[in-house]
Design a protein around this ligand. Structure first.
Ligand SMILES: *Cc1c(COP(=O)(O)O)cnc(C)c1O
Length: 396
């Protein structure tokens, strides 16, 4: 068993060796610019980009012409939100309280330009109620933005129900699917999604590349271009294409499509082994987020009476993250934990495990033993934690 053990797959995933192999020729001999129409270097690059576009589309139930390559999910989010908002000039967007910062900060910027937004709260399990979305819709609502899976607590949102609502009213549905693509089935037709952002490096592809799905079938979504220039990607996203990255993204999508079902079961099994092992050996632990509506590889738990930072430091050969990504230097718990109503001290005592394709049962068992030992040690040394305390965490 190699150490350190990587268990932080929501931050990024390792590059699948098969994606790397597919990329290498496009870093070596096939270095052409996909826009060069006059020689074989350009044609080889263009062919590879076309093939990757088809691979990405196939995973999402989309068509190749509906895929726009970007530098990652963040840029795809900017393109979806700014691109649709500019067309509307004002208007109203409905979103949720637990979106990624790339969404919330872009919306905050658009608000300064006159757009109005409603952030619908989520339940204590992190799931948004479609009825609450419906209640927030206005006559000038042109877009609903609901993430497919949350990056901290792994919660899966009821996109099919939301898609039904938005389609009936002619409102666009945009989903930030960076955490969900390749981990759970997502079909833009079945879910009635109009815009979907994704990132290669969250799905065993390379960093610095992603895509936006832009519906053209049935209802054609029109976006204002984000970056003027050479007119690549149907004018929506100018700039020379990152051919090796795009090839890696395409291969990552093809692998995910072929293996998702089996992999999701295996990863869920590992996650449950870890969760049950912790819950049966450690008192006063709480699961953050829904026990059922959840990414297979996500486990976010609070260990009452233990500082998350100390816990991470003691788990020194295990790569995991705080369960609550601090919003700033202030050290305040994240907007996600606050939206769930998790008390601040419990949010600070949480860690996020992100299990994935390359984790093994042996690694899970090592992590389990170490977590049990370290939490026990920290609690024995902690004046904040006395045996028999409740899980309320009222220890500050
Ligand atoms: C990682 C992530 C992003 C940003 O993706 P990048 O490709 O790194 O820009 C956006 N949304 C969610 C939910 C994410 O997990």
């Amino acid at each position: 068993m190699q150490r350190p053990i990587y268990m932080d797959c929501h931050a990024t995933t390792p590059l699948d060796p098969r994606a790397l192999e597919a990329m290498l020729p496009y870093l070596r001999e096939h270095f052409g610019n996909a826009s060069s129409r006059t020689h074989s270097f350009g044609w080889a690059a263009e062919e590879a980009v076309d093939a990757a576009r088809a691979q990405v589309a196939a995973l999402l139930g989309a068509q190749a012409r509906e895929i726009v390559f970007t530098s990652g999910a963040t840029e795809a989010i900017h393109l979806a939100l700014r691109g649709s908002a500019r067309r509307e000039r004002g208007g109203h967007i409905v979103t949720t309280a637990i979106e990624h910062k790339a969404v919330l900060d872009t919306l905050a910027e658009l608000e300064k330009q006159g757009l109005e937004t409603t952030r619908v709260p989520v339940g204590s399990d992190g799931v948004v109620d479609p009825e609450a979305i419906r209640a927030a819709l206005r006559s000038d609502t042109f877009l609903v933005c609901v993430m497919a899976a949350n990056n901290e607590i792994g919660t899966l949102q009821p996109l099919a129900e939301v898609g039904q609502l938005t389609r009936e009213r002619g409102i666009l549905l945009f989903t930030d699917a960076a955490q969900a693509v390749g981990k759970v089935p997502l079909d833009v037709e079945a879910l009635q999604i109009d815009l979907l952002s994704m990132s290669a490096h969250k799905a065993y592809g390379p960093k610095g590349v992603g895509a936006l799905y832009v519906r053209r079938r049935g209802r054609r979504v029109r976006l204002a271009p984000a970056s003027p220039g050479g007119g690549q990607e149907r004018g929506l996203r100018s700039g020379t294409l990152n051919v090796p990255g795009i090839v890696g993204l395409g291969m990552a999508c093809e692998i995910a499509g072929a293996e998702l079902e089996v992999e999701a079961k295996r990863v869920l099994g590992l996650r449950e082994r870890l969760r049950q092992g912790i819950e049966s050996a450690v008192p006063d632990v709480t699961l953050n987020g829904s026990p059922t509506q959840r990414l297979p590889g996500n486990l976010n738990m609070s260990f009452a009476g233990v500082q998350g930072e100390s816990l991470l430091m003691q788990l020194n050969d295990i790569a995991v993250s705080p369960g609550s990504a601090c919003d700033s230097a202030s050290g305040e718990p994240s907007h996600v934990m606050r939206a769930l109503g998790v008390p601040d001290d419990l949010a600070r005592s949480s860690i996020r495990f992100g299990l994935g394709r390359f984790n093994t049962q042996e690694e899970v068992d090592y992590v389990l033993d170490k977590v049990i030992a370290v939490v026990g040690r920290l609690r024995r040394a902690s004046p904040l934690y006395a045996n028999g305390m409740s899980s309320q965490g009222e220890s500050s």
